[in-house]
Ligand binder design. Sequence first.
Ligand SMILES: Cc1cc2nc3c(=O)[nH]c(=O)nc-3n(C[C@H](O)[C@H](O)[C@H](O)COP(=O)(O)OP(=O)(O)OC[C@H]3O[C@@H](n4cnc5c(N)ncnc54)[C@H](O)[C@@H]3O)c2cc1C
Length: 438
Amino acid sequence: MKNKVVVVGGGASGLAAAIFAAENETDVTVLEHQDRVGKKILMTGNGKCNLTNMSDVHGKYYSSDEASLNKIYDTLVRFDARKTRDFFKRIGLYTKEKRDGGVYPVSEQASIVLDVLRSACAGLGVTIRTDCEVTSIEPDKSGVAVSVIQYIRQEKEQRKSDGKNKKNAVVSERKETLRYDRLILATGGKAAPASGSDGSGYRLAKRLGHRIIEPLPALVQLKCQGDYFKAVSGVRAQGRLMLYIDGNPAAGEEGELQLTDYGISGIPVFQFSRLASRALFEGRGCEVGINFIPYIENLADVHTAQFQDKTVEEFLSGLVHKKVAALICRRNGIPAVMPVGQAGEGKVRECLKLLRDFRVTVTAPNAFENAQVCCGGVPLGETDGNFASRKCRNVYLVGELLDCDGICGGYNLQWAWATGAIAGAAAAGRVIEKEDWK
Ligand SMILES: Cc1cc2nc3c(=O)[nH]c(=O)nc-3n(C[C@H](O)[C@H](O)[C@H](O)COP(=O)(O)OP(=O)(O)OC[C@H]3O[C@@H](n4cnc5c(N)ncnc54)[C@H](O)[C@@H]3O)c2cc1C
């Protein structure tokens, strides 16, 4: 008789796990509590799905300790971006690489990524049960008993006035206990909970004996102190940013900074946001120094002599966005109408220095609703090399549920595919080696 494997969670890691398990002569079921699988995949890469990255992975991931980082890199050598592309090609999706190494479906449509995953599952006979919430997992000697709530929706499709189908309301629920030989927990973290990752996986893992490193929002905007943010909201600027934790430089990034009415956003902010999240959670001080003029190497190269009659604000507007120029003048007590000649060379130099290192105090990360991923989760040391639990037999843990988070650029999905593939194959009795194709 075939081994019965259940995958809890039909996201990126769960669907990859299901396919790799089913390819190895296993009877696979996916239990998903949303009304459809893969909702988060549709949101990725602004609807284009940056599904992996061909660049070197070193320095692109975070975890709580050095040993965990080594495990992440070992995993991503064993199942690297090339294997992810091969996997997608095998199930019918061609991909393309962009200049920064980011890999996308050739059509740049995230929906195609989900389509091919679903059709691969269907082709391999994977059973997908949606509206099916896993509420507890009870391991025994030979497998696991899984308690679920099956939500039952109204049968008839309802039409909305705009002609579209209305989501049928849940009218009842049925409780069941199901038995499987092996279980793969692929419930994701807490980021973007509307997509289904509501944190219930942490509770399930905890009840299986796992420790949970406090999950915090990562790849997220940062809220900052200051009543001036409303005035500069909407500004986008090429900036060089330095994150300071307790006054010490912790990470530097360069790229398009976005100012919002509550603080700072944009890719460079996202990249170090997890460090800020963790530092604030630990009660440490967090500041960001913004260089609004990274293209000016030497301030001595900026001359004011021929602009004596211009207002300081007009002069600075030649270097940065008008709203930022106005803010810098206000911060230096320079009235909007004051000419450069009247303000004096010293005052103008002070403005330039402020443009070069404008410090903002970070008060909090934005909410999980706005975060792309979580940092924290189940410690990697509590799983073996194939992501089998060291706490509980016949259980595997994969994806964002684990204490691993990557920077923007396809690294988080790569982690989901890699851990899903390795655990899925292992649950079916096969170990993926570095030189292995699948
Ligand atoms: C807006 C946005 C854009 C992103 N863009 C990118 C990108 O371009 N590239 C990139 O690499 N990463 C991106 N990410 C991150 C990436 O999507 C995630 O890291 C990845 O999807 C995590 O996969 P996962 O399978 O671990 O979890 P998820 O994709 O979150 O899947 C978990 C699944 O488990 C289900 N589930 C949870 N609890 C239960 C339960 N108790 N019972 C049954 N089912 C349950 C959930 O409904 C969900 O379907 C983005 C994230 C967001 C939010």
